[in-house]
Design a protein around this ligand. Structure first.
Ligand code: 5RP
Length: 224
């Protein structure tokens, strides 16, 4: 099976965790795109979705699914999203799609975080994937120096045309290479304290409750 077929498999499998007639939190990325397509086929349908990015909102709307603002909602039964890496405790690196801040906000509303990922995302120790950090622009160089003091290298993310990539919130992102994250909770707490950090793409406080992992043998359910 291709990686995309594995993503489609888990996108479909996540429907089992969505409550018909209720709201669902929707993440961002190529795996979530499969989930959104599957959600459109669900009967009875969900009452609506809270989306974590303009891209997911557009896809939900294209399927005729109602999208509510996070500010209109107090609680979601479930949030479904992908990950760039997930470890054996459900701790994740996220933000490869630049949606980390809104993803954490929507995840915070949810009772359960269902992570959907192909098997390549499952790692023993987080950090091989460059850690995304959304930052306030004027702090970028100071934050680069802070990461350098940890022995890591932070680089401003750029688009294919060379321009600095901005998130849906209008902020740049640093991608941090060279971290070996053995204590995700401690590192998330530490980086969150640095002035100018909007969101670190470590999801430790908002780790997955379960992960549907797409493998050539089928969907493996990891419960944390
Ligand atoms: C977006 C994310 C995505 O969940 C993560 O990048 C995985 O994406 P994909 O499903 O395309 O592999 O965190 O900000």
């Amino acid at each position: 099976m291709t990686q995309d077929e594995l993503k489609a498999l888990v996108g479909q499998a996540a429907l089992a965790y969505v409550v018909p007639g209720e709201l669902v939190g929707v993440g961002t990325g190529s795996t979530v795109n499969h989930f959104i397509d599957a959600l459109a086929t669900m009967t009875p349908r969900v009452a609506g979705a809270v989306s974590s990015s303009h891209a997911s909102t557009a896809r939900l709307h294209a399927h005729g699914i109602r999208v509510l603002e996070a500010t209109e909602v107090q609680r979601l039964p479930v949030y479904v999203d992908g990950a760039d890496e997930i470890d054996g405790h459900g701790f994740m690196i996220k933000g490869g799609g630049a949606a980390l801040t809104r993803e954490k906000i929507v995840a915070d509303l949810a009772d359960r975080f269902v992570c959907i990922a192909d098997a390549s995302k499952r790692v023993e120790v987080l950090g091989q994937f460059p850690l995304p950090v959304e930052v306030i622009a004027m702090a970028a160089h100071q934050l680069e120096r802070r990461f350098a003091a940890l022995g890591a290298t932070a680089t401003l993310r750029r688009r294919a045309d060379g321009a600095v990539q901005l998130t849906d919130n209008g902020h740049p992102l640093l991608d941090v290479q060279g971290l070996r994250i053995t204590d995700p909770l401690a590192m998330e707490t530490e980086i969150n304290q640095w002035p100018g950090v909007v969101t670190v793409g470590l999801f430790a406080r908002h780790r997955a409750s379960l992960c549907l992992l797409g493998t050539p043998e089928g969907v493996q359910t990891l419960v944390f």
